[in-house]
Design a protein around this ligand. Structure first.
Ligand code: TYD
Length: 136
């Protein structure tokens, strides 16, 4: 199943008195094969990350610790999703403008992507995003 909507995905949660454990695996808990992971941390108060869209990349954003908001803009309306647990993630398909903000102290964002880093896949200008979205 490849959702084409922004979707929250619950990961398995292995409860344990020693500490809980969650996981994700290619094509099992997530709808694609992982090519890359990266993480964002030590975000100073009030900062934003990730103001751009991807032409073809799909990803899952997880609040591995702390909390932050993911703001998604589809070219028409904006939606804010607060992430604050490490046992679920936000699936974000291609061609959505997204940024992250309201990072709590010591929070970290863990991003799982289906493609290697490719600057040519980024749309970093919002007007260009709106143009490409209309042409879709
Ligand atoms: P970028 O994705 O633009 O971060 P943000 O959208 O949060 O500002 O990445 C910032 C810089 O890091 C950019 O110059 C490219 C580099 N980068 C890599 O080299 N590899 C990666 O996997 C990522 C995500 C970024």
């Amino acid at each position: 199943m490849i959702p084409n909507e922004v979707t929250l995905i619950d990961f398995p949660k292995i409860l344990d008195p020693r500490g809980n454990l969650s996981f994700l695996q290619n094509n099992a808990q997530i709808p694609f094969e992982i090519q890359r992971v990266y993480w964002i941390y030590d975000v100073p108060g009030g900062e934003q990350r990730g103001g751009h869209a991807y032409r073809t990349l799909q990803e899952i954003i997880i609040a591995l610790s702390g909390s932050f908001d993911v703001v998604i803009y589809d070219g028409v309306k904006e939606r804010r999703i607060s992430l604050n647990r490490s046992y679920y993630g936000l699936y974000v398909p291609k061609m959505l403008w997204r940024h992250m903000e309201n990072f709590s102290t010591n929070s970290s964002a863990f991003i799982v992507a289906d493609q290697a880093y490719d600057e040519n896949d980024y749309i970093r200008d919002i007007k260009e995003f709106q143009r490409e979205k209309i042409d879709q």
